[in-house]
Design a protein around this ligand. Structure first.
Ligand SMILES: Cc1ncc(C[n+]2csc(CCOP(=O)(O)OP(=O)(O)O)c2C)c(N)n1
Length: 191
């Protein structure tokens, strides 16, 4: 399954009030392509920050559901955060990890121990109350729906194809600072 398909499956299942936190690299590109209306915080360098940002946001805004879209390389950079999140267990946080076994952005180098890591096992071992793993589109559709129906913290690992994913040639229509200001303004206006 292409990552853009997985991103679309998630977009189609989100509630209008959901807030998205997006890991960097191909995850962010696939999510931007969806043109989703949801307020989205795009995490940036260094790698490994997105899950902690999503946790902070979930704790700060218990009135909103926070959906983290994450890359396996980004998560592998900061695996301990799985324990921190399980410890805090915010009921309003949901996570989808896109597994492509490589650092697609930046050259496609394989992740350490690529293909032999189970993120659902790692999350379950860290104490996450609910996990699921999708290998194809039908499973992803079903598990994203299940994730979003949960009353609690959950994580879906979804396997996606390796793709060509170079850095974009230039800056997008808005700068990172503008993206963040817009995100903050939307979250406070929607209170
Ligand atoms: C600490 C650090 N090292 C390297 C990079 C450069 N970099 C940006 S995205 C990325 C790959 C991210 O991997 P993953 O989360 O699996 O996303 P993918 O690009 O595979 O979708 C790399 C190596 C960085 N931003 N931060």
């Amino acid at each position: 399954m292409r990552r853009s398909v997985a991103a679309r499956l998630m977009r189609e299942r989100l509630a209008p009030s959901d807030v998205v936190v997006c890991g960097l690299g191909s995850t962010a590109r696939a999510w931007r392509e969806q043109n989703a209306p949801h307020p989205t915080y795009y995490a940036s360098d260094p790698m490994g920050m997105a899950p902690a940002l999503a946790l902070g946001l979930a704790l700060a805004r218990p009135d909103r559901r926070i959906v983290l879209l994450e890359g396996d390389g980004d998560l592998a950079m900061n695996l301990g955060v799985l324990i921190t999140i399980a410890g805090a267990a915010p009921a309003n946080l949901r996570v989808a990890v896109f597994i492509n076994d490589r650092y697609e952005t930046g050259g496609g180098q394989p992740l350490p121990n690529a293909g032999r890591i189970s993120y659902v096992t790692l999350a379950a071992g860290a104490g996450w109350p609910w996990t699921g793993e999708a290998h194809d589109e039908a499973q992803a559709a079903r598990l994203f729906a299940a994730l979003l129906e949960l009353p609690q913290l959950g994580l879906v690992a979804v396997h996606v194809d390796a793709e060509e994913s170079p850095y974009p040639p230039g800056p997008g229509p808005t700068s990172q600072a503008e993206d963040r200001a817009l995100f903050q303004r939307r979250l406070s206006d929607e209170r």
